[in-house]
Ligand binder design. Structure first.
Ligand code: HEM
Length: 464
């Protein structure tokens, strides 16, 4: 009956999103695992299984060729899309750079600049004009400008006042949307045939990728011309770390495109659901404002040290992503037949999916109040300090050997935005999605985005 419900779409009579239906099935299952035969896929919300796949028996659960084929035309051999030695090599290099003080402080400077010189003036303008703005669109532009500056050292200017269309952002959007469509198809044969004949969505995808390639090549040329000696963007760092070796442009293009994918829609997705939740929970917004009130009047400038000390705000971000993880599910490929810790048999070549969206809705992990937005559940340390949960119970940033490399950067970026906006404005979601009872509907894609965007009205906070 599960396969029938999947194929006919009848699950949608009772559930808003496919993820809500999976969460229901996984809650009903005694092991927290189900098998959807028609997809050849085992879906799990069991933390012991997640740990087994992502750490204990990591080598038996690679991304696999099927996943690589879906994104291969866009991501090439970039870190997201490869396994084995190609992955190990990029992972080592990228974690070295992202962990370095120089890159971290460069990234923080970019974030602070983007918040203060673009995001805040734009929101202030909307507040003064009394306009309704689509906050999801604003955050996507913000996140794109930020990750492009961090990755390439170049500025697409998507969040300029006139909200220009960036060719790169546009081509990137089209390419990721069409790659996600490939993944949602019941059989890969159809898209492979369309690709062979260069028709329909595959023709559109090819054109979008061609544009991404041209623009990435132009940025790499520009970076070579400007020189890399004193630059801290990731592209320059990767070029510099290759030393005298004349690194291939295709290799650089693949790494940097992976970073754009990793760092843009994830951050904007989390910020969008955060402000949706804050609009419905004004007491939480008020508590966040109170936490930052200490330096009211002293310094409106965001500093790294200040952000680090904000435990309540940190808890709010984690609680938001528990309920609405930007990457709602993640699939691995089971190389050789295996038995998961909960006793589930998985045949060689099958897909296994762990599901952070469903895991955030499991009473076995979060208790009976899993449906309640309650940041306090994270503040169990001495004096109400933030205590992290095991990443295998909360795999929002994945976990184990392939855990997200941009986690700290993403948290800093989201905190910087949350603090600045909450301190200065009241944000109210308008329309249907603003009502307390309305659950968001997500558009299926590689990262979660809210269908119809997030229309909000912005007012200056009373003390501003
Ligand atoms: C809220 C924001 C973010 C979330 C929820 C998130 C989540 C994730 C997840 C679930 C994965 C695993 C994906 C997979 O293997 O299929 C991942 C990997 C990765 N993330 Fe993030 N991410 C975020 C922000 C960022 C940012 C800002 C960057 C870069 C600056 C970044 C860089 C990466 C990289 C390079 C990987 C690949 C790691 C590997 O395969 O070894 N992420 N992230």
């Amino acid at each position: 009956h599960v396969c029938r419900a999947y194929l006919t779409g009848s699950w949608s009579k009772d559930f808003t999103n496919l993820g809500d239906w999976y969460a229901h099935l996984l809650r009903e299952s005694p092991t927290g695992t189900v098998h959807v035969h028609v997809l050849g896929c085992t879906v799990t919300a069991n933390p012991a299984n997640v740990e087994y796949m992502l750490k204990t028996n990591f080598d038996n659960f690679p991304k696999g060729k099927t996943f690589a084929a879906l994104l291969g035309d866009l991501l090439g051999g970039g870190i997201f899309n490869v396994d084995g030695d190609a992955w190990r090599h990029q992972r080592k290099m990228a974690s070295l750079e992202l962990g370095s003080v120089a890159v971290r402080s460069y990234a923080f400077k970019i974030i602070a600049q983007e918040v203060e010189s673009r995001l805040m003036p734009l929101l202030a303008g909307a507040a003064d004009a009394g306009e309704v703005v689509d906050l999801q669109d604003v955050f996507r532009r913000f996140a794109f400008d930020t990750i492009c500056k961090i990755s390439f050292g170049l500025d697409p200017g998507c969040l300029e006042k006139e909200m220009p269309m960036s060719k790169l952002a546009d081509a990137f959007d089209t390419a990721t949307r069409l790659c996600a469509m490939r993944g949602a198809a019941a059989s890969p044969l159809l898209w492979k045939m369309k690709r062979l004949l260069n028709v329909g969505s595959e023709r559109e995808l090819r054109n979008a990728i061609k544009l991404v390639d041209e623009l990435a090549a132009a940025m790499i040329r520009e970076r070579r011309k400007l020189g890399v000696a004193n630059s801290h963007d990731l592209l320059s760092r990767f070029m510099a770390s290759a030393g005298d070796v004349d690194v291939d442009d295709k290799y650089l293009r693949d790494i940097v495109v992976s970073f754009l994918l990793a760092g843009r829609d994830t951050v904007s997705s989390a910020l969008t659901t955060l402000f949706m939740l804050l609009s419905k929970n004004p007491a939480v917004a008020a508590a966040m404002r109170a936490e930052t009130a200490g330096d009211e009047g002293s310094t409106p400038v965001i500093t790294y040290e200040h952000l680090k000390g904000l435990h309540y705000t940190h808890a709010v971000l984690y609680e938001n992503m528990r309920m609405f993880p930007p990457v709602q599910f993640d699939s691995k490929f089971c190389a050789a037949a295996d038995v998961l810790p909960d006793g589930t048999y998985v045949s060689g070549g099958a897909r296994v999916m762990y599901h952070p969206y469903a895991m955030g809705r499991m009473p076995s992990i979060w208790g009976a109040d899993h449906g309640v937005f309650r940041p306090e559940r994270w503040l169990t340390g001495a004096g109400g300090t933030f205590v992290p949960e095991s990443l295998y119970r909360y795999p929002v940033f994945q976990a184990g050997l392939r855990v997200c490399l941009g986690k700290e950067l993403a948290i800093t970026e989201m905190k910087a935005v949350a603090v600045a906006v909450v301190r200065a404005f009241d944000v109210e979601v308008v329309g249907e999605s603003g009502s307390a009872a309305c659950a968001p509907k997500f558009v299926s894609g590689l990262t979660a985005s809210v269908s119809g965007g997030l229309p909000v009205r912005i007012r200056r906070a009373r003390n501003n």
